[in-house]
Design a protein around this ligand. Sequence first.
Ligand code: MRU
Length: 341
Amino acid sequence: MLVKGSLFRAVNWHAESGGIQWIDQQRLPHRFEQVISSHPEDAAAAIESMQVRGAPSIGATAAYGLALAWKTDRKNFFDHWLPRFRATRPTAVNLFHACDMMQTCAGTSPTSSQMIECAQSYADSEVAANQRMGKYMAELLAVGQRRILTHCNAGWLAAVDWGTATSGIYHLARAGEKPFVWVDETRPRLQGARLTAWEFAQEGIDCRIQADGAAAWMMANGKVDAIVVGADRIAANGDVANKIGTYALSLAAREHGVPMYVVAPSSSFDKDCPCGGSIPIEQRDDEEVLCMDGLDGEGRVQHVRIAASGVPANNPAFDVTPNANLSGIVSEKGLWHGCDV
Ligand code: MRU
């Protein structure tokens, strides 16, 4: 998608250097910087530190990282690099699907180029899925239902290109419609305020950032026509793990009769996970809740503490929305309503 009028992906193979290139999402929106690396450990660390984040982008980075590991350190591929990438983050199942696929490919004794092609086709198929599910989502948003609310960043930064939840919004905009988006800021890491709103500004989509707590009130006042969010893992019964706060949104949406859709590719489905209760939920560092980054008056990024020192925090990174609270799950295969398992 567009950054200052030029096309970018969140992560891609960088043929000139024989390495991986990704956008450093920790620095956005104040700095746009890309990192290029030929070391698989840098790719694993980028997932851990959330320089690269969002379920499909995590999967694609792991796929490229494992292709790099095959190229540079083949003898340690199975014993070190596969477990290293699998341990980077626990909730988004796309990571594990990508690792499984690269493991299968490595089992055929491929050349380095074949492993890179495997990773490339993984990333390309994610992008194709995003485009396709966006078309379905755009059709579902009936004319007039154009005040859309989204949470976290399920945009192209999170999903290599196009985005999952945002893909339908981009399709509407390209068809000449004028969608409007309420962007939940998404505490504690502010992926909505920092990333989703930045994406929309680059693409000329009208949006407004709001505190997470404003969402239910906007619904109560009839100002939200539909909610679209992404997913980190979808259980076999259709329960969905996504960014913390999604569950609360679903309760308000049900109360106020606002349709709420999860938009996610097949790589976000986990058929081995029977229901939401079996999804591992990442617990992250207290510091993310207690501190914040921002620009000072001189344009320098500063890290500040917002709570009294010594007070502990609670920081579950994801929650689970029961399938019953959703209007449906849109993937590249169409609309699915979940099932009882
Ligand atoms: O912790 P993050 O920023 O990786 O969490 C991201 C989300 O929860 C997204 O909503 C999800 O990955 C969908 S991405 C298309």
